[in-house]
Design a protein around this ligand. Structure first.
Ligand SMILES: NC(=O)c1ccc[n+]([C@@H]2O[C@H](COP(=O)([O-])OP(=O)(O)OC[C@H]3O[C@@H](n4cnc5c(N)ncnc54)[C@H](O)[C@@H]3O)[C@@H](O)[C@H]2O)c1
Length: 348
């Protein structure tokens, strides 16, 4: 697999796949040579727009007929396991959109399938690849605020996400699985593993089936404490979507990521303000550019992994711990219990 431009296929040509396809065109070292969607017209439209010759409505046929190095899965979770296992049977590297699966058992089976096949397995967790979090991770690793002791991640907005993703209004498990899982991945990436978790959820907007807000309190193995809060039913002007705000206190300083994409670093008796505002891709637009840029960063990382220059960030195995926090949050809410995450994972 080393050297040369890596040949990829994309499965799922829906709403978010457009970001994948634009991103792959911007990234050096990989190209998408085939696309697949159960809805043949969607695959054909994408093939035409992005100049991709291979157009399929059956993933098994696409894999049998196409010479590939990797497969990028951008479908919704119910199809993830069967598609990942199919790709593993072909011995190809596989990338799967979040959430990896609806259940922990399914996710674990997928990780085991990839490990048994000896193929790289990455989860498309692009939030940790947003420039703000890339900069925060570098600042923490450089010790700019000392040892992290407290974090707050906040994702609150009133944006009409249902216009482009109508299925979000109908799913029983909503914001924890949609955005909570991103926030938990970022939190583990920055603050380390979580030992205990409590969570409260609420369903605020009429016509939305699942929870559209949650607040979680987490204890890390390091002893640090975090709060993660998220709402899709907040009235805020100007609308902050899709910004994630962060506040992290360390033993010698504090980091703050604000809606205007600035990183404030309070340390050594002063505050330094740095930009965390990425370039807008040629195909992109504000304010989506933070997400669009993070997709390109993640995909450039995938090329590094395919060429043996990096370890998956995050891997499927790593992502099991993120999924555990997400699913355990529902149990914490239902049982009004503080959940011990290691014990919760053992029970699955
Ligand atoms: N990382 C992010 O920032 C981000 C943002 C939005 C969505 N997502 C994730 O992306 C995934 C897709 O979301 P979406 O909003 O694009 O969904 P979507 O419903 O718009 O698109 C999914 C597509 O997959 C196709 N599909 C389903 N099963 C298939 C199969 N077995 N073979 C081929 N095609 C199949 C469907 O026909 C559909 O066109 C979800 O898991 C979602 O959580 C991630």
């Amino acid at each position: 697999m080393a050297g040369g431009v890596k040949r990829g296929a994309l499965i799922g040509c829906g709403f978010f796949a457009r970001n994948h396809l634009h991103g792959w065109q911007d990234v050096e070292g990989a190209e998408i040579v085939a696309v697949c969607d159960l809805d043949h017209e969607k695959a054909q439209a994408v093939g035409r727009e992005f100049g991709i010759a291979g157009v399929f409505d059956d993933a098994a046929r696409m894999l049998a007929e196409t010479d590939l190095d990797f497969v990028d899965i951008a479908t919704t979770p119910p199809s993830h396991r069967s598609l990942v296992e199919l790709v593993c049977r072909h011995g190809l590297a596989v990338i799967c959109q979040k959430p990896i699966a609806d259940t922990y058992a399914e996710a674990r089976a997928m990780v085991e399938a990839a490990e048994a096949a000896g193929v790289p397995f990455l989860i498309h967790e692009n939030f940790r690849w947003q420039l703000g979090f890339v900069r925060i991770k570098a600042a923490l690793d450089a010790g700019r605020i000392g040892a992290p002791r407290f974090a707050r991640l906040s994702f609150r907005h009133g944006f009409d996400v249902y216009a482009t993703q109508p299925y979000l209004a109908t799913i029983e498990r909503f914001v924890l699985m949609d955005v909570g899982i991103h926030l938990y991945d970022v939190l583990r990436h920055l603050m380390g593993e979580v030992s205990h978790l409590a969570c409260e959820t609420a369903s605020l907007r009429p016509g939305v089936a699942g929870e559209d807000s949650f607040t979680s309190l987490l204890r890390h193995s390091s002893g640090a404490v975090s709060v993660v809060d998220c709402s899709f039913a907040s009235t805020i002007h100007p609308e902050p979507f899709p910004a994630t705000l962060a506040w992290i206190e360390g033993s010698t300083g504090t980091l703050e990521l604000t809606t205007d994409l600035r990183l404030h670093i309070h340390a050594a008796g002063e505050k330094v303000v740095e930009s965390a505002d990425p370039e807008v891709p040629a195909w992109g637009a504000r304010p989506w550019h933070t997400i669009q840029d993070s997709v390109i960063r993640f995909q450039a990382h995938v090329v590094d992994v395919l060429n043996g220059r990096a370890e998956p960030q995050p891997s499927g195995r790593d992502n099991l711990n993120t999924l555990a926090l997400t699913l355990a949050s529902y149990d914490a809410m239902r049982e009004r219990q503080l959940i011990d995450i290691a014990q919760w994972q053992e029970r699955q």
